[in-house]
Write a protein that binds this ligand. Structure first.
Ligand SMILES: [Zn+2]
Length: 371
């Protein structure tokens, strides 16, 4: 039993009868044959409640869109393995270097990590709602021909978007890990990374390794090095790659903190030639915040820079500590999703960790009488 929150009216909530109506104009303007809800997560550690909330809302929204518009819907989960795993400073240049999860762990260990941390919940959510899903690591995504071709075709036009992608410097970062066996370090801020077009659909990236000095890496649509891009740049390429006339509407599902950054991606997409109707649809989900109103951050708590918020249970920061089964967790998340989606006022807002705790009743506390 989920307790209902009390939510104030807002401009957006006041304009809608149902939360999913926010996507109706896009669906009516260009009626798709299917809808794919795309949800991405940095896989740097155990997921926290904010991650689970966005993921379960993607499934719940997919089910509502399917029922409302009679369209097949599915969820695509993008497991971002390009987060830094370790950092170093080059004593000679003073430049920062990073080694991403993909290079530090290797592909099999990454797949094992995703299978252990995410697959069980996705399988449970899929089963509950009858919504199919696919899981893709960033390693797989960037190796795909669609993605690489989108980047290669963007290169001659990227100047038009660079100030949207990096408003403070005008230089969106691109990282190619050192190809030396067992290395994989890359310049964090890409100071000495250069891209040279060598053909209509081929390029060579040169950079300098902290251990092995200068190197070059060719990139073609079907081969070449791991292509790591700064966040907004990566989103631009990802969304360009999704723009194909195959009657699929992609809905990018994000946490509410993305509201502030997404318009830069939208402007970048338009700067490189996309029309407004070609942009992907976006759905911003409620954010889980602390009592100060800041986003609940696992790393800030772990580093001791922020306290565990009042009313937050340990499983909220590491969902593996959830005291019940994955099925129970999925059921609780979907019950909460149902509540959040029951009124636009409940959906287009943030929630404190304590309020989430009141709405999700963990198994061990379920039988304890409330005081
Ligand atoms: Zn190296």
């Amino acid at each position: 039993m989920t307790t209902h929150p009390v939510s104030p009216n807002t401009v957006l909530a006041n304009a809608l009868h149902h939360a999913e109506d926010v996507l109706t104009p896009r669906i009516l303007a260009t009626p798709p044959e299917r809808i794919v809800l795309v949800v991405g997560t940095q896989i740097n550690g155990v997921p926290h409640i904010g991650t689970s909330l966005v993921q379960s809302l993607a499934f719940a929204m997919a089910a509502r869109l399917r029922d409302r518009f009679g369209l097949p819907t599915e969820v695509l989960f993008s497991a971002l393995d390009n987060a830094p795993y370790e950092l170093a400073t080059d004593p000679a240049s003073g430049n920062r270097y990073q080694r991403a999860y993909a290079q530090a762990l290797g592909e099999q260990a990454l797949l094992d990590l995703v299978t252990a941390l995410y697959q069980p919940l996705f399988t449970a959510l899929s089963r509950c709602l009858g919504i199919p899903h696919h899981i893709e690591t960033y390693t797989q995504q960037q190796a795909g021909e669609h993605y690489r071709r989108a980047w290669l075709r963007l290169l001659p036009r990227v100047d038009a978007a660079r100030w949207w992608l990096a408003p403070s410097t005008g230089t969106p970062h691109l990282r190619i890990p050192c190809p030396h066996p067992g290395c994989g370090w890359a310049e964090k801020h890409a100071e000495r990374t250069r891209v040279r077009l060598t053909g209509p659909e081929s390029a060579v990236v040169s950079a300098v390794c902290i251990h092995h000095g200068p190197y070059e890496a060719p990139i073609t649509p079907t081969a070449g090095a791991y292509l790591d891009l700064a966040t907004l740049y990566r989103n631009l390429v990802k969304e360009l790659a999704l723009t194909s006339p195959n009657s699929t509407l992609h809905v990018m599902v994000k946490g509410g903190d993305w509201v502030f950054g997404s318009h830069l991606v939208d402007e970048a997409l338009q700067a490189v030639g996309l029309k407004r109707t070609q942009l992907p649809a976006r759905l911003f989900c409620p954010q889980v915040v602390t009592d100060t109103g800041a986003k609940l951050s696992k790393s800030l708590v772990r580093e001791g820079r922020a306290p565990l918020p009042e009313g937050a249970a340990p499983w909220m920061l590491g969902t593996r500590q959830w005291p019940g089964t994955v099925t129970e967790y999925a059921d609780q998340l979907l019950a909460m999703a149902e509540t959040l989606l029951s009124d636009p006022r409940h959906f287009f807002r943030s929630y404190s960790a304590a309020e989430i705790g009141r709405m999700i009743i963990a198994p061990s506390t379920r039988s304890v009488p409330s005081r």
